[in-house]
Structure formats: C-alpha cells, structure tokens
Design a protein around this ligand. Structure first.
Ligand code: NAP
Length: 292
C-alpha cells in the first residue's frame, strides 16, 4: 500500500521504517529535515510537507505530540487535508483528546476522507520491534481495510468502538500506567530506606501479583536512576491532563490520576519534562529526603 507518515519522533521513525520493511511504499514528512534521514536510508521517500506526503498515499498516518499538533498537521497550511484525496484514510496514532478526535473525524468526513484514531502502547521498544498494542476507534469496514498496515507495526490490535473510542482506551491505559508507576516508585523507596536491596525486591515481586511491565521497565529505570526516554514526562503530563479533563467533563473522581498529575507537574517545574516518566521516582525520593 502507499502510506504517508507524518511525525518522525521517538515513535514515528521506527514505525515508518517497519512499514517499509513490511513492503509498503512509505512517504515520510518530519518537521525538521534531519529527522527524515534514517527512514530515507531505510527506503522511505522524503516529502517537503504533510500535504505532499498525503497526496501520494491511500493511508495517511499521523504520529505527533498533542491535540493542537494533530490539528495543525491535519488542517494547517500545507497540512494533510490540503493534499489528501477523497477515499483516503487518515490514521491518527498520537495520544490526544477523544472529544477533539471526534471533531477531526467529522471535518475529514465532510471532505470524503475517513479517519481512525489508533493510539498505541508499548513504548519505543514496541515501536522498534513492531509489537505495539494498538487501540482503534472508527468504522469497522475502514479498520478491516487498513489492518495490514497495523499488522506491520503492532501485535495486539483491537477495534474498541466508534470515533474516539481508541483515545478513550488510551486514557484508561495511562491511568493504569501512572498509578502503577507511583506504586513501583514508592515500593522501591521503602526497600531502600529499610536497607533491603531494591533490585532484589523487584526480582521477588516480578513473579507475584505485583509483577507488571511497569515494574519491569520503569522499575529498572528507577533502580538505575537513568531516565533516558522512552516516554517523556511532558507527554505523560499531557496524557494525564486529558484524563483530568475527562474526569471534569464526566463528573468523575479520579484521585489516583490526580496525584500523578501533581507529581508530573512537579517534574515539569524542576525542568525534567524531557526525562522518561519513570522519573516520578525523583519526586517520591525528594518528598522523603532520599535523593540519590
Ligand atoms: P516525540 O519524540 O516528542 O516526537 C513527536 C514528533 O512530533 C516530533 O518529531 C515533532 O517534531 C513532531 N511534531 C510535534 N508537533 C508538531 C507539529 N505541530 N507539526 C509537525 N510536527 C510536529 O514524541 P513520541 O514519543 O514519538 O510520541 C508521539 C506520540 O505518541 C505522542 O502523542 C505520545 O503521547 C505517543 N506515545 C508515545 C510513546 C513513547 O513511549 N514515546 C508511547 C505511546 C504513545 P520535532 O522533531 O520537530 O519536534
């Protein structure tokens, strides 16, 4: 298939390369020209704008940061809508607001362009290994049409429901990730304060009910005190902000997510927005005077 891919960040770059490896013809566009070098080396075609990439493709994937960025890439100057042909499908794989997603889908539909929201989980490792979990919202027949493209990037691919449902699933996912990260950070801090090796505690917990990908991956980053991203704190703050917005709109109490919102805000305040979000450990340590 002819696929356009907009957004050459930590996630977008390896995802575009995997599409190429799977035999698709891939047209890439990144805001900064240098971010396209690696995908071009892998056989993708460089495009000067999102419109130029979209004009050559039947499927157009967007993988940028936040809701206003997706809006700009879709409807801004030289954006996707300016180039995409009627009958093409836009797949937004960024994590953004479910409400805005429904609005974008309507605007594209008015131009004869289909849309799926398809946020992912699995991190940079999942993006590189093509093992992402993909949560999809949109029409079932459109989902079936583009399935081979999803299969080139991920493993657990679920159509959750109509437009926005993928983003709702992702918001739910981020609540679990956030609250579990806080639990892992607190547990490893308790171990250290007790003089018990946190690494051994993590090994012991991995086999029990507390075992999880968060304990495994974030737990390791916390033990190593190495917060090279990964999934940046500023992006997790954006995601939990979406959750808190949803809580307000729906009249829900989400105290676990609210606590994490505060800790992510604090990390932003100390200039740590570019660190992996496992850096929540730094806040937990600071609160108890246990900085390393
Ligand atoms: P990233 O490394 O910061 O990359 C974001 C990319 O989007 C950058 O290349 C950036 O361009 C581009 N971009 C942002 N705003 C733009 C705009 N207005 N116009 C054009 N390009 C724009 O982020 P990432 O980690 O790849 O994350 C991308 C999305 O996936 C986010 O929604 C994130 O929440 C989600 N996600 C990430 C992970 C993860 O582990 N990293 C996991 C699951 C989901 P520049 O290079 O010029 O800044």
């Amino acid at each position: 298939m002819n696929v356009a891919f907009i957004g050459m960040g930590i996630m977008g770059k390896p995802m575009a390369i995997n599409l190429r490896k799977a035999g698709h013809t891939v047209f890439v566009h990144g805001r900064r020209a240098e971010t396209m070098a690696q995908p071009v080396e892998a056989g993708c075609t460089r495009c000067a704008s999102a419109a130029e990439a979209a004009a050559q493709a039947e499927i157009i994937i967007v993988m940028v940061s936040d809701t206003p960025d997706v809006e700009q890439v879709l409807f801004g100057d030289n954006g996707v809508a300016a180039g995409a042909r009627p009958g093409s499908v836009v797949i937004d794989m960024s994590t953004i607001s479910p409400t805005a997603t429904r609005m974008f889908a309507e605007k594209l539909q008015a131009r004869g362009i289909e849309m799926l929201d398809a946020p992912v989980s699995g991190g940079d490792v999942g993006a590189i290994n093509a093992t992402l979990s993909i949560m999809v919202g949109g029409k079932p027949e459109v989902f079936d049409r583009v399935r081979p493209v999803f299969e080139a990037m991920g493993k657990n691919i679920v159509r959750v429901g109509d437009h926005g449902a993928g983003q709702v699933a992702k918001a739910c996912h981020q609540i679990v990730v956030a609250v579990t990260s806080e639990g892992v950070a607190e547990a490893l801090t308790v171990a250290r304060k007790h003089g018990v090796a946190p690494a051994k505690v993590r090994d012991a917990l991995m086999g029990g009910f507390a075992g999880s990908r968060i304990l495994e991956v974030h737990g390791k980053r916390m033990l190593d005190n190495d917060y090279t991203p990964g999934f940046k704190t500023k992006l997790h703050q954006k995601d939990i902000n979406i959750v808190m917005q949803t809580a307000k709109e729906l009249g829900l109490a989400l105290p676990g997510a609210a606590l994490m919102m505060q800790h992510l805000n604090a990390l932003m305040g100390t200039g740590d927005g570019e660190l992996d979000s496992a850096a929540v450990m730094k806040i937990v340590e600071r609160e108890s005077g246990m900085e390393r």
